[in-house]
Design a protein around this ligand. Sequence first.
Ligand code: NCD
Ligand code: ZN
Length: 349
Amino acid sequence: MTDTRDRITIRRPDDWHVHLRDGAMLAAVAPFTAGQFSRAIIMPNLSPPVTSAAGAAAYRDRIMAALPAGCDFTPLMTCYLTDDADADDLASGHAAGIFTAAKLYPAHATTNSAHGVTDVAHIMPVLERMQVIGMPLLVHGEVTDGDIDIFDREAVFIERILAKLIRDLPGLKVVFEHITTEQAVQFVDGAGPNIAATITPHHLHINRNAMFAGGIRPHAYCLPVAKRERHRLALRRAATSGSAKFFLGTDSAPHEIHAKESACGCAGIFNAPYALESYAAVFDEEAALDRLEGFASVHGPNFYGLPLNDAMVTLHRAENPVPDDIEAAGSRLVPFHAGSGLAWKILPS
Ligand code: NCD
Ligand code: ZN
């Protein structure tokens, strides 16, 4: 890695949490992710969700077909766990290299999670098998009980579910996905090396005020929802700390503009087009550019037991305007940082 004030070269990064969707939207958004990242953990919350190895293999083929020929990108597939997940299909899919990990969505926690797990107790045999075979569990860490304030859902999930899960399965590899609170940072910091977390660019840039800046701002709405400023600062410290427990996961989650700008707007921020530049801005602001490579390109593969990428990417300090919207699938997507811009740009290779 080389790092001068205005230019940084790092190993090509991976995205350890992304939503690529399907059909025409997949074709529109996948090139953005493949343009920046060598590998990505692909979320399985399609409609219907990806719950079988055969379904994941077919989805992987559709992703590759949506990319330009010869594109150097590897989608790492995940299984959407349901109450009746099949441990044998999961384990054989993992052994065959189809499933890299499995995703736990508490039922009704977020977009397309109606089929999610209603009680972790229902999938204990599956989790026990994952512990044995070393297959990572990716967790959407929010309780869904209506009496829990939406801003407390992650912290309560730690207390009620995650702490016990980790006690019961001390050898299970767990990625606490898209963490948003200082409680999550502390929990991951205090847990063993088999517990890690991803952090999105948007949770490093915005706090919950962004959703209400001069009016309601649907493009700043995602799940888990952005929290208070002190949480954003805790996430910034964690991401830039150099700790191997924290790594890049964009949670880029595109929804057509009309589905965001609606009386009941969908959760999700589309950050794929400028993801690396967005992270670079944060590391620059925190005077931690020397730690960007660890977070973006080293800690993730090490946690998953995968090789580091050999290719390199260079970013330089330059004005990088972000458009108001991007044409996609006969509609438009509003990218994160729309209308403003970023101070970093990827040099064409
Ligand atoms: C995601 C989506 O739209 O699929 N939305 C989001 O706000 N992050 C689902 C998720 O990861 O929670
Ligand atoms: Zn997500």
